[in-house]
Ligand binder design. Structure first.
Ligand code: ATP
Ligand code: MG
Length: 435
């Protein structure tokens, strides 16, 4: 029988890498909290209909990338390829608008798209996203962009580029759309097959074709910015002004578009030059038409989604593995020592320390070597001789100092140990900082 392996386009995230993920997630949670975003967790599968209506049938995602299946109750189900549609569904279903004012929500979790796997492109991947409901104010656009940039900078990513554009309103785009069709029709035979296909269905998407020849042709295509009505122009100018006020460097890219009817005004992307072909880390924009499109009341909305695998590629190039956060490594050998060690580990955990109990049963020497490699701040050693006297040996691994301690003194000593562990960079300190 062959070995069963993870499916193509999926990956195991092993404990060492999880340390990065947790670090990134903690920073994300903190930065989003600071901006008054609240987390929402929606199911990873939904009715297929939600995505067909919520993402649009003319998109690649719905047209070719969805994991759709019929369940045992004969319903068409889809693993979520993104989460804006799910969040909007929840917003409507639970009448979050009834809470009044502006709702700021964020999510984080796995998404599924049937794509050709390559660096930065998987079939199960993770997105962190933020959505703001209930404000047409261009400050909302600037605020969500600022939160994304602040988060990326806090993670240490300083060389990213922000592109912004406006796709105007549906009526702005109707004029633009026909100008685009006229323009691209002249070059019909030179376009890539996908783009030829889009000419009739979704001509705006030709502008983000990855085909080189098509890109060259797109260079001279009409610019959406020339088709914006005064209100749309004004909105876009205000967004840019606010970004400038916030000191957020950006460039205007008139070819940055979203092809669907419910997208309005702002579209933006954060791009890294260190990611090769899969260079977009974060994409977002305003979608004032989507809530109504999915059956809710007319509600303005703006948001973004970040691809966490791409972020992770960048972070691993920048930071070394976050240190393990082990305070004590507990070594024991002997019939009487081993049961005591189990209790001692439990007691120390209740006092707030992280403790790894060596369960190998190996000789002392081997266990002590493992203690050295564990990254723990201190090692506790318990043999039968110590056990008989209710004692334990403590060795501070970084300084080498050792002492023999009565086990009954541990509750009294815990405070000074916490300070010492904290001074030496252990977990206890990290907890204090978090408070
Ligand atoms: P791309 O042009 O790279 O296919 P997209 O326009 O399909 O991106 P969005 O739907 O806007 O991407 O999703 C937001 C972000 O999610 C992307 O910028 C990217 O970082 C990430 N992402 C999208 N698809 C994948 C995938 N298959 N694997 C890993 N990350 C992805
Ligand atoms: Mg894609």
């Amino acid at each position: 029988m062959g070995m069963i392996q993870a499916l193509r386009g999926t990956r195991d995230i092993l404990p060492e890498e999880v340390a990065y993920w947790q670090w990134m997630e903690a920073i994300a949670r903190d930065r989003l909290n600071r901006a008054a975003f609240r987390e929402i967790r929606t199911p990873i599968f939904e009715q297929t209909d939600l995505f067909e209506r919520g993402i649009g049938e003319a998109t690649d995602v719905v047209g070719k990338e969805m994991y759709t299946f019929v369940d045992r109750g004969d319903r068409s189900i889809t693993l979520r390829p993104e989460n804006t549609a799910g969040v909007v569904r929840a917003y409507i279903e639970h009448s979050l608008f009834a809470q009044g004012g502006v709702q700021r929500l964020w999510y984080c979790g796995p998404m599924f798209r049937y794509e050709r796997p390559q660096a930065g492109r998987q079939r199960q991947f993770h997105q962190l996203g933020a959505e703001v409901f209930g404000s047409r104010d261009p400050r909302a656009d600037a605020e969500v962009i600022a939160v994304a940039i602040d988060l990326l900078q806090t993670l240490g990513l300083k060389t990213l580029r922000l592109s912004v554009n406006s796709v105007g309103t549906l009526s702005d785009r109707q004029h633009y759309r026909s100008a685009l069709v006229d323009y691209f029709t002249q070059y019909q035979d030179e376009l890539d097959a996908d783009s030829r296909d889009r000419l009739a269905r979704n001509p705006l998407r030709i502008l983000d074709s990855k085909d080189e020849r098509t890109q060259t042709i797109s260079q001279a295509a009409p610019s959406i910015l020339d088709y914006l009505a005064d209100d749309s122009k004004h909105h876009f100018e205000q967004v840019q002004q606010y970004l400038n006020d916030l000191g957020i460097v950006h460039t205007i890219d008139p070819r940055l578009v979203r092809g669907l009817d419910y997208y309005t005004h702002t579209a933006f992307e954060v791009i890294s030059d260190d990611l090769g072909a899969q260079s977009t880390v974060c994409g977002g924009g305003r979608y004032d038409g989507l809530v109504a499109q999915l059956g809710g009341q007319d509600t303005a909305a703006v948001g973004w989604a970040m691809g966490l695998e791409r972020l992770m590629i960048l972070l691993q190039g920048l930071h070394s593995t976050p240190a393990t956060d082990l305070d004590f490594y507990l070594v024991s050998k002997g019939d009487r020592a081993e049961p005591q060690a189990l209790k001692l580990a439990h007691q120390l955990r209740q006092l707030g320390f992280s403790v790894e109990l060596d369960l190998s049963g190996s000789a002392f020497g081997k266990q002590l070597k493992r203690a050295d490699r564990s990254g723990a701040i201190a090692c506790l050693v318990l043999g039968d001789a110590e056990a008989d006297q209710q004692q334990v040996n403590l060795k501070w691994l970084k300084t080498g100092t050792q002492e023999s301690i009565a086990q009954s003194d541990i509750p009294t000593l815990a405070d000074s140990w916490r300070q010492e562990v904290g001074r030496q960079g252990g977990r206890v300190k990290a907890e204090d900082e978090a408070r």
